[in-house]
Design a protein around this ligand. Structure first.
Ligand SMILES: [Zn+2]
Length: 63
């Protein structure tokens, strides 16, 4: 899957707040994503992220 910093992604499981829109806020060995509803931040290894991400909803720079 092709994803980049500041893309909005959907995960296989929604956050506990029922929102399933996350912004990629850090790329690296670990990926950091932020819940767009409650602002909760999750950091996970790239391999785990790629297993758990469902799709990219919004590419950086598009709305
Ligand atoms: Zn949330």
């Amino acid at each position: 899957m092709n994803y980049d910093l500041h893309d909005i992604v959907e995960m296989k499981k929604p956050h506990a707040c029922q929102t399933n829109r996350w912004e990629v806020i850090r790329m690296g060995m670990d990926i950091k994503i932020k819940c767009l509803n409650c602002g909760h931040i999750v950091m996970l290894p790239r391999r785990d992220f790629e297993k758990k991400v469902k799709k990219v909803l919004v590419k950086k720079g598009e709305d």
